[in-house]
Design a binder for this molecule. Sequence first.
Ligand code: SAM
Length: 337
Amino acid sequence: MLTNKSTFFEKKSPPHKAVLLDDFIEMVKPIRGCWIDCTFGAGGYSRALLLSGADKVIAIDKDPMAYVHFELLRSEFGSKIEFFQQSFSNLEENEEVLLRKQVDGIVFDLGVSSMHLDKPERGFSFKRDGPLDMRMDSSGHPSAFDVVNFCSEKVLADIIFYYGEEKKAFKIAKKIVNERKNTKITNTSQLADLVRSVLPSNFKTDPATRTFQAIRIAVNDELNELSKGLNISEKTLKANGILAVITFHSLEDRLVKEFGKMKSGRVSRGSRYGPDTEASKPTLLPINNRVRKPTQKEINENARARSGKLRVFRKTGVASSIECKPLYYPKIELGLN
Ligand SMILES: C[S@@+](CC[C@H](N)C(=O)[O-])C[C@H]1O[C@@H](n2cnc3c(N)ncnc32)[C@H](O)[C@@H]1O
């Protein structure tokens, strides 16, 4: 329990239940100074940071819809919190960050929020019918509709194979391309049914899960964003500053894990990050050698927590080293104008 204060958040349950939040607070305390919440969402992490001792939170989210949740926190914490609608890959250009030069802590709680999944009109969910969209920032870049209807069969297969780790990616891509010759694929349920028609049914997970994840990653360029965000964070932290990352699928988690290994000097030759360097002095050290996962109790209370993983690092006094780019996943060019 973080506080006795009775606020909107306690009276009404927030629209997104933050995952691994108590573990995060326990691992990073004592909390003080200025933190950046790179994935503000409904503000669960920002609020917990402010209640636990942070003097200031710079809240960032690329989704303009996050602003309404920021307003609630501003009414509670005033100027201790500021919000910027931007991508965390542009953190270096943020005026508050530039002003401060370095901060005490940075947190990423990755992926989509319940606000994305529960609103059919955002087009993220295969469980609720809506227009194929999946853009977190609803801006001008290609949507899921564009990817599904206009990418080549090869690009679609690559996306589904690499970003969804789906073995039957080629079959699914072929099916999509055949279908779209007759009619455009406009809705989430249409795409989900297409995928289900190719894959055998599995009672544990919906066969459409991996394809939807893959297209969402491609639409939002999520792995590239994360890689950039991690590199910038390392430079933005003070000595002894904390970097905490909560991931929700194996591609993200591998990326964070390998980044941590590389930055802690535990990898040199043969790393899946490039460019390779001589074994360098650590700039980040893991606080938890073993990844932190939600307890069964948390999963029972919030099914969306089940795939969460928390990794926490502390910045050393060594100046930031070279940029690391993950070599795990190809950068797939969509080939769309
Ligand atoms: C899992 S939610 C975060 C939930 C939040 N921690 C809370 O407690 O309510 C992830 C959020 O990150 C945002 N996001 C994802 N990628 C981003 C990026 N590259 N830059 C900025 N925001 C991003 C999404 O729009 C979403 O609101």
